[in-house]
Design a protein around this ligand. Structure first.
Ligand code: PLP
Length: 363
């Protein structure tokens, strides 16, 4: 066997870290049903209802886009940003920076409001950046820094602008209240706190946003006018656009069912408990928290490495010898911090203890 096969076998046999909800794997590997099968369409409708719950919205347009979180980001911009539109972006990490890139490519006048990494976006600075923006865009949970930004004050002060929010790393793990916070457009991912595999981008848009959607965006694949035919109708129309990733949607349906059965608050309490234990344990081992206090994501601990503790070789050892993957720092934080996530199904004390025990051997 090659080294790759050996490691793949070992991961299969366990006992590796628990990551994806077992029900997701099981459902995704079931025999295929047709994408126009009425049963599948019912599953899709129920999935959309469950997504409304985790997004905290009653938006009619709520569904999983076929593509990863980045497809959600692209759909959010491409359907609303015309050349010359003013897009204010609160940037406090990699994904805010990426929003600027996406908006610039569409010809927007991008007003970047940069923040120190590790800090949350400052609502006042974002709201004061331009007198009449068309869109204000912010990342709720910055995966590059482990920071949560407050969205509600931006929603309260957005005026005529549409508020566009990246919820990739927040949905399910911490509260998202799209309607109460005044979010008009939001997208997420399935591989973080929802605990499914990557491949879908849960998406939602308010009626206010639908009224301002472009008639003919530059992307055919992500044109919401074509995908979600009920957007401008009475809610009943459905037309063939592309073949839905059936088994991924069924897996998403299953994990959302499992999460809602556990209770969203209980899921989030599990994230908080693991996060607290992880930060305590890391601090005890000599790591220093990186994200601003009061804005730390419970499910994504970011911390400076202890003095003299090597980044790359220790992450490699964790992977090779313990089957535990830890994220390194990005941008300026590369080599200086680690990003340790306990998201979705992986927010279990058994995972936290495994990592801390392994680190105890390495330090
Ligand atoms: N936005 C945030 C905050 C993310 O963390 C990620 C991925 O990690 C993305 C967007 C892009 O999502 P994907 O990698 O699923 O395309």
């Amino acid at each position: 066997m090659t080294d790759v096969q050996v490691r793949a076998e070992r991961l299969l046999m366990g006992p590796g870290p628990v990551n994806v909800y077992p029900v997701a794997l099981e459902t995704a590997s079931r025999p295929m049903m047709g994408h126009l099968d009425p049963l599948f369409l019912d599953i899709l409708d129920e999935t959309n209802d469950r997504l409304r719950t985790v997004f905290g919205t009653s938006n009619v347009l709520t569904f999983p886009i076929s593509g990863t979180g980045s497809a959600g980001m692209q759909a959010a911009f491409v359907n609303w940003v015309a050349p010359g539109d003013v897009v204010v972006v609160g940037v406090n990490g990699v994904f805010g920076d990426r929003m600027c890139d996406v908006a610039e490519r569409l010809g927007a006048e991008v007003v970047r409001v940069d923040h120190e990494w590790g800090q949350p976006v400052d609502p006042e600075r974002v709201l004061g950046a331009h007198p009449s923006p068309d869109i204000i865009a912010v990342v709720h949970a910055e995966t590059s820094t482990g920071v949560r930004s407050d969205i509600a004050p931006i929603g309260a002060g957005k005026g005529d602008a549409l508020l566009l929010v990246d919820c990739v790393t927040s949905i399910g793990g911490i509260p998202v209240e799209a309607d109460d916070w005044g979010i008009d457009i939001a997208y997420a991912g399935t591989q973080k706190c929802l605990g499914a595999a990557p491949g879908l981008a849960p998406f939602t848009a308010s009626d206010r946003a639908l009224d301002r959607m472009l008639d003919r965006p530059s992307s055919w694949y992500l044109d919401l006018n074509l995908i979600a035919t009920y957007v401008r109708g009475d809610g009943s129309g459905r037309a063939y656009h592309h073949t839905a990733p059936i088994n991924e949607i069924r897996a998403l349906h299953a994990v959302l069912g499992a999460m809602l059965e556990e209770g969203l608050e209980n899921v989030q309490a599990r994230h908080r408990a693991c996060g607290a234990a992880l930060v305590d344990g890391l601090t005890g081992l000599g790591f220093t928290p990186y994200a601003a206090e009061g804005h730390r994501l419970p499910h994504l601990a970011t911390a400076y490495l202890p003095d003299g503790f090597d980044d790359a070789s220790n992450r490699r050892t964790l992977l090779d010898d313990y089957d535990i993957e830890v994220g390194g720092g990005l941008g300026d934080a590369a080599g200086k911090i680690w990003r340790v996530s306990t998201m979705g199904h992986s927010a279990r004390m058994t995972n936290v203890n495994r990592l801390l025990a392994a680190l105890g051997n390495l330090i």
